[in-house]
Design a protein around this ligand. Structure first.
Ligand SMILES: Nc1ncnc2c1ncn2[C@@H]1O[C@H](COP(=O)(O)OP(=O)(O)OP(=O)(O)O)[C@@H](O)[C@H]1O
Ligand SMILES: [Mg+2]
Length: 322
């Protein structure tokens, strides 16, 4: 299958398994979704539901020989599965950027922060002064306090929020089409989180980039995403525009999540735990993975995969009983 019109990234039945003792763990199962140009698409779900696995598969970062990936990953209409490792390195460097949860791990401690951003620009063969001006300008766009001074700071001299800004600046220096942000704000306090969000929100206008935002935080989704996929145990339970998901959730899991959302402060809208435990993902038997926690589960939910039902072009959910 190719690409729907206007979609920059398309996952078509993506499944990922990890080799574990005694077999394979199905971390991501049959995930289909598309991220449009200039869009912020959120993937939301509890810890362990497969969010990072999706991100790593797109970037082909999970390649130590202990994983099996199937299904299509299309970017700009091309199947990244057909790309050589060398081609993928080029995609990672230029076209798709990734922001990791802990920016200190991704910055080199022995180089000044601005130098690390400059490296990305140097590749284009520009002069030193021009590059340095561009870096300071990028810091300014990231709302970095005192940018001319901060380009000279080492990573350990920067706060968590500042490091996250450096990370984003590094990505943007390469002008990526798609930015994958895996839990970009969980390590930050609320004020800094708000600023980072605002920056991300401006990005698509300034840089015309799409963002795949991975998060636990439904409040965050409500604030900045256009579309959202709700994942449960490696599968997409429901997806739709943010409006559709918040106003008319249909999957029992999404419904429970919505009810559990605190009303007062949207930013405190982290996923609440609900009763029951996630099933062992090593089982390959069919059936709904939400079965044992679902208030409306029936007989066939236990041993038949739920059908995907469509409510609109964007809104769909997988359930036998709704
Ligand atoms: N390299 C690996 N080998 C074996 N199992 C793995 C590996 N990486 C992840 N898993 C398992 O795959 C499942 C999905 O993990 P993943 O990290 O994608 O979840 P996540 O949604 O990103 O969770 P979190 O919110 O905690 O970051 C989990 O059960 C996890 O234990
Ligand atoms: Mg993760």
């Amino acid at each position: 299958m190719g690409l729907d019109s206007g979609e920059l990234l398309k996952l078509d039945g993506l499944s990922v398994e990890y080799r574990v003792r005694g077999g394979w763990l199905s971390a991501v199962k049959n995930v289909t979704l598309g991220v449009g140009s200039g869009e912020i698409f959120a993937v939301v779900g509890e810890s362990g539901c497969g969010k990072s696995t999706i991100a790593h598969s797109i970037m082909r970062l999970n390649t130590d020989g202990n994983e099996r990936v199937s299904g299509g990953i299309y970017f700009e209409g091309e199947n990244l599965g057909d790309y050589s490792d060398r081609q993928m390195t080029a995609v990672r460097g230029k076209k798709i950027g990734m922001i990791f949860q802990n920016p200190l791990d991704s910055l080199n401690p022995v180089y000044r922060s601005g130098y690390q951003v400059a490296e990305a620009i140097y590749l284009d063969g520009k002069g030193r002064d021009e590059v340095w001006r561009e870096v300071i300008e990028l810091y300014r766009k990231m709302k970095m306090p005192d940018p001319a001074k901060r380009v000279r700071s080492f990573p350990h001299e920067l706060s968590g929020g500042m490091r996250q800004r450096v990370m984003i600046a590094m990505m943007l220096a390469r002008n990526p089409k798609l930015l994958i942000a895996d839990e970009p704000t969980t390590a930050l306090d609320v004020t800094i989180e708000a600023q980072i969000l605002e920056i991300m929100n401006q990005l698509r206008a300034d840089f015309d980039a799409s963002i795949l935002l991975i998060t636990h935080n439904f409040g965050l989704v409500a604030e900045i995403a256009d579309r959202v996929a709700v994942m449960y145990a490696g599968e997409v339970a429901e997806q739709g525009s943010v409006f559709e998901i918040f106003q008319r959730p249909r999957h029992p899991y999404t419904e429970l999540l919505m009810k559990a959302l605190p009303r007062r402060s949207k930013r405190e809208g982290r996923l609440q735990t609900i009763d029951g435990t996630v099933p062992r993902l090593t089982s390959t038997e069919p059936g709904c993975r939400f079965y044992n926690r679902c208030p409306c589960a029936g007989g066939r939910c236990r041993n038949q995969d739920p059908p995907v039902r469509r409510l609109s072009d964007t809104h769909s959910y997988a359930c036998h009983n709704r």
